[in-house]
Write a protein that binds this ligand. Structure first.
Ligand code: NDP
Length: 285
């Protein structure tokens, strides 16, 4: 039996429509326009594509956005000055620094300089700490998107055995924390996990965030599993593949997200959602 396809395109469209309606209301009732500043250093083509997609997403839902381009040889103090300016700009409710940064720049220092109230990417240690203790906070957009995909698809998380493959700070760990918050029983796997397939086969919900194309094969998945594929891998022929062997696994899974059209569009929708939340928080709405 072929799986239900969890379409990030469709779910994110719905979320963007809901946000657009909320923004109309914020503008009318509170004279408040959410604002996002995107900072891009250098000319990394992939980063430029992501930044353009984020700007387009803002325009579509009615978020004010501004792009700050710094040259690839920008200094740490140039970037820190810009962050300081944006932290103090009342038009701006969210700040996003597109990663990776050129190697002369200290990424950690930059991310830590963003005001936690404007940290719509959810990378500031203050917000990560709040996530850990279960307080409301900005959650990193990709993990947040994964949970929303499950929720919008009507998939119950509570009580399920969830297995997350990957333990990065930006995907694996926060996804695991969010699943735990939603009362799943969570196992986190990584490159040192012994007998990975035995772990993944136990999953009722399987999240793949590895960065290796088609790594999760059908024999690693049990019948009826819900599979969310976070991976984005560029193949030699230029096409994109996830971390899951989609064609084979969809024959066993109960539901599965594709790549492209899965987690990717959700990530942008959650950035927009976090920006709206930051704007509301700034006015105590
Ligand atoms: P990282 O490289 O930071 O982390 C990869 C994780 O996978 C690590 O924890 C690593 O384990 C684990 N891993 C690697 N090899 C194996 C293996 N053989 N068996 C088990 N675990 C393994 O990647 P990210 O978390 O940043 O990203 C993961 C994927 O998600 C990538 O494809 C990335 O492009 C994609 N991505 C997609 C986004 C989207 O918007 N759709 C956003 C962000 C990422 P260990 O810790 O032991 O090294």
């Amino acid at each position: 039996m072929s799986a239900q396809i969890i379409s990030g395109n469709q779910i994110s469209k719905k979320i963007r429509q809901e946000l657009a309606a909320q923004i109309v209301e914020l503008k009318a009732k509170h004279n408040l326009t959410p604002g996002l500043a995107v900072v891009l250093v250098g000319e990394n083509p992939a980063s430029q594509v992501y930044v353009n997609m984020k700007e387009k997403g803002c325009t579509e839902v009615g978020i004010y956005s501004e792009k700050h381009l710094l040259p690839k040889d920008a200094t740490q103090s140039q970037l820190m000055d810009l962050i300081d300016k944006l932290n103090n700009d009342p038009k701006i409710h969210g700040i996003l620094v597109q990663l990776p940064l050129p190697k002369q720049l200290d990424e950690k220092e930059v991310l830590n300089a963003i005001s936690p109230a404007k940290d719509v990417d959810g990378f500031h240690p203050y917000n990560v700490g709040k996530l850990l203790v279960g307080e409301p906070t900005f959650v990193a957009c990709t993990p947040f998107g994964v949970i929303k995909m499950l929720e919008y698809s009507g998939i119950e998380i509570k009580g399920k055995r969830a297995v997350v493959v990957g333990r990065s700070n930006i995907v694996g760990k926060p996804v695991a924390l969010l699943l735990l918050q939603k009362d799943a029983t969570v196992t986190v796997c990584h490159s040192r996990t012994k007998d990975l397939a035995a772990e993944t086969r136990r999953a009722e919900i399987l999240i793949a965030a590895i960065g290796k194309p088609k790594f999760i094969t059908a024999d690693m998945v049990s019948e009826g599993t819900v599979v969310i594929d976070v991976g984005v891998n560029r193949l030699d022929d230029g096409s994109l593949a996830g971390d899951v062997d989609f064609e084979a696994v969809k024959e066993k899974a109960a539901a599965i997200s594709p790549v492209p059209g899965g987690v990717g569009p959700m990530t942008i929708a959650m950035l927009l959602s976090n920006t709206v939340q930051a704007a509301k928080d700034s006015q105590g709405i």
